[in-house]
Design a protein around this ligand. Structure first.
Ligand code: CP
Length: 313
């Protein structure tokens, strides 16, 4: 695997191979010295144009656990604030000859564009509302750990599906793993035609008890240009997952960060059904596996960056 840009590009056997490799890395995570030399001498560039806690920290930990050298770049405080474009930034940083670039941006399709501008491998850490493939991989990993094989499992993805790259990547990943996926939310937050991805659509939680797994999504206010719900209070009244709606045998997931009291009530976040912490923990070993897949076995790092551009002052 050269790049990881989208779950759509992976088939079930590729997903299983990555998750099996992630499992083998749990042994490293449990050691006192959490490091192996697998990617020694490789250079990983974390390029984040959007806020992140989980994804950025786990990619950094994953790269360091494999002994790669890591450079963290955040758009805030960089020459992006002076007007430098994404392409110029990527080509400028490619002068450092990174072997792999992890990229998060608010722009749909940006990761695929970046892959065309650099010789480095590229991993999509979230491109706008398009995809977040490593999130879906770690979700499948954490869920398989809890319930075993996903074949035939009923998984409801509830909330702001319209703005959610996590929903899109998870629909693809869960379907490929044999699960039955239903998306649920207010009609204004369900993209038209999403059934074409192979999922069912519900606009109320009336049939939620049929679900084996409830995957709640954050209300992404930062991506909302219009008013999609009459009020947060009304949204919570109709769609919040609380102790009354979550059954004792159902598993609860959320990609984080959670808006407490909006999509989830406090009592379910801290309930035994919730595997939110396990999802976060899975992020390190799954991202180790992705970095390893992209970089191990590749030849020596490339020698010349693609069309380096002058560095603006
Ligand atoms: N789930 C997720 O992508 O979280 P961060 O935005 O904190 O990385």
């Amino acid at each position: 695997m050269r790049h990881l840009l989208s779950i759509e590009d992976l088939d079930r056997s590729a997903i299983e191979r990555i998750l099996d490799r992630a499992k083998s890395f749990t042994e490293v995570s449990e050691r006192e010295i959490k490091k192996v030399p697998a990617l020694r001498g490789r250079r990983v560039l974390n390029l984040f144009y959007e806020a992140s806690t989980r994804t950025r920290s786990s990619f950094e930990l994953a790269a360091k656990a494999l002994s790669a050298d890591v450079v963290n770049f955040a758009a805030g405080g960089s020459s992006v604030e002076k007007g430098e474009s994404l392409k110029d930034t990527v080509q400028t940083l490619s002068a450092y000859r990174p072997d792999l670039i992890v990229i998060r941006t608010p722009y749909v399709g940006a990761a695929r564009l970046v892959a065309g501008w650099t010789d480095a491998s590229v991993v999509n850490a979230g491109d706008g509302k398009h995809e977040h493939p490593t999130q879906a991989l770690l979700d499948v990993y954490a869920l398989r750990d809890r319930i075993g094989a996903l074949d035939g499992a009923s998984i409801w993805i509830v909330g702001d599906v319209l703005h959610s790259r996590v929903a899109r990547s998870n629909i693809h990943a869960l379907k490929k793993m044999g699960a039955r996926v239903t998306v649920c939310g207010p009609p204004t937050l369900i993209p038209r035609g999403i059934e074409s991805l192979g999922c069912a659509v519900e606009y109320s939680l009336a049939r939620l008890p049929e679900a084996d797994v409830v995957y709640a999504l954050r209300m992404q206010k930062e991506r909302m240009t219009d008013s999609f719900v009459p009020s947060i209070r009304e949204y919570a009244a109709r769609y919040q997952i609380d102790g009354r709606r979550l059954g004792p045998r159902q598993v609860l997931m959320h990609p984080g960060p959670v808006n407490r009291g909006v999509e989830l009530a406090a009592e379910v976040i801290d309930s035994p059904q919730a595997i939110i912490g396990q999802q976060v923990a899975a992020g390190v070993v799954v991202r180790m596996a992705v970095l390893y897949e992209c970089l191990a076995g590749r030849g020596a790092p490339h020698t010349e960056p693609k069309a380096a551009t002058p560095v603006p002052t």
